[in-house]
Ligand binder design. Structure first.
Ligand SMILES: Nc1nc2c(ncn2[C@@H]2O[C@H](COP(=O)(O)OP(=O)(O)OP(=O)(O)O)[C@@H](O)[C@H]2O)c(=O)[nH]1
Ligand SMILES: [Mg+2]
Length: 328
């Protein structure tokens, strides 16, 4: 294990880098770069001098094109109109800032942290479709936790391919973290053993990787439920977090993934990856709005902005909204 143990640091949110630290500036720049297509489209609409119906029409088109979805776009624009009236906004730039504020308000309930002090070991199960970025995010999460003086154990619950075990083992080596794996093909047995190992070693956090699967593959979704049950059997109450990793470039399909994986394992949080690439970003607003309508907000625990160890960062609603509409 890399780090000395330090308990009681419940305020993980307070551990975010200070606003203007170089690390912070770097990843925010990458997020902005990734979302630049959406931002250029939206910000461009506010370069004219007037606020008229044509502006609202164009804004509607741009938000839908950015994967915000028709219903959520309608709700957002209704709120924007109300805010413009209430605050007597006159200039396009004021309206752009108001749009950022509405987006930030919509996304704010999706800010959240892992309640790491709720259990020890705190058991995290990670799921998602093929190639979403599960294993990479687990590697980055292990690094993030080690930075916060948490001891970590990884479980190679993706038993489909030997390469998957090896990939996790590489991330383990990079972080100086042990990986529990088996040559056998039963992921439920692997995670069961890993929980016992985590208890025996007294680690703070166990993170279980799983194989990628599509919501349409019913037998694989059943297997995911079985993995979940095995964790609970090994340690009643586990997993303490069930995280879905979604590829930010999947657009509106991410909504369907959230619904299906939530039905299968009861999600407690989301990691959205590849926001440094060609992601349009609006689907986060669509997910936040859908969960708000259902009265069960889903924390976007982290966002991935690259393939490096430090490229996983807590989600901050206002920053994300600013990066999306081009308003600081
Ligand atoms: N640019 C970028 N690439 C990422 C990010 N996260 C993951 N990737 C890349 O996405 C690819 C798939 O990542 P994995 O972590 O292997 O995905 P997975 O979900 O574990 O895939 P399976 O186990 O095969 O289902 C790799 O090439 C990663 O380097 C990210 O935030 N940004
Ligand atoms: Mg993987």
């Amino acid at each position: 294990m890399l780090s000395a143990r330090m308990h009681g640091d419940a305020q993980i949110l307070a551990d975010r880098p200070p606003m203007n630290s170089p690390a912070k500036t770097g990843w925010l720049a990458r997020l902005k770069q990734g979302l630049s297509r959406t931002r250029v489209n939206i910000a461009g609409l506010f370069s004219g001098g007037v606020i008229d119906e044509a502006l609202f029409d164009d804004l509607e088109t741009a938000l839908i094109a950015a994967d915000v979805g028709v219903a959520t776009t309608g709700e957002l624009l209704d709120k924007l109109r109300a805010r413009i009236k209430l605050q007597g906004l006159k200039t396009p730039l004021e309206v752009r800032d108001a749009l950022r504020d509405e987006l930030a308000a919509l996304l704010a309930p999706s800010e959240g942290a892992l309640p790491l002090d709720a259990a020890r070991p705190f058991v995290v199960m990670v799921a998602g479709v093929n190639g979403a970025g599960k294993t990479t995010s687990i590697g980055k999460l292990a690094h993030w936790l080690a930075d916060r003086h948490k001891t970590v154990l990884l479980a190679a619950g993706d038993t489909f391919r030997a390469a998957a075990r090896e990939q996790l083992a590489v991330w383990g080596q990079r972080n100086g973290v042990e990986v529990i794996q088996q040559a056998s093909g039963d992921p439920a047995a692997v995670v069961f053993d890993a929980v016992n190992a985590a208890r025996a070693r007294g680690v703070d956090v166990l993170i279980a990787d799983t194989a990628g699967r599509l919501p349409t593959q019913a037998h694989l979704m059943e297997e995911l439920k079985r993995i979940r049950r095995a964790l609970d059997k090994a340690l009643p109450g586990a997993p303490h977090a069930a995280i879905l990793v979604v590829d930010g470039t999947n657009g509106q399909n991410a909504l369907a993934q959230v619904r299906a994986f939530d039905d299968a394992v009861g999600l407690t949080g989301l990691i959205v990856t590849k926001l440094d690439g060609t992601a349009k970003g609006g689907v986060l607003a669509a997910i936040a709005a859908e969960r708000a309508r259902q009265g069960k907000p889903l924390p976007f625990l982290f966002i991935g902005v690259g393939e490096g160890l430090a490229d996983l960062q807590p989600f901050v609603a206002r920053e994300f909204a600013g990066a999306l509409v081009g308003s600081e």
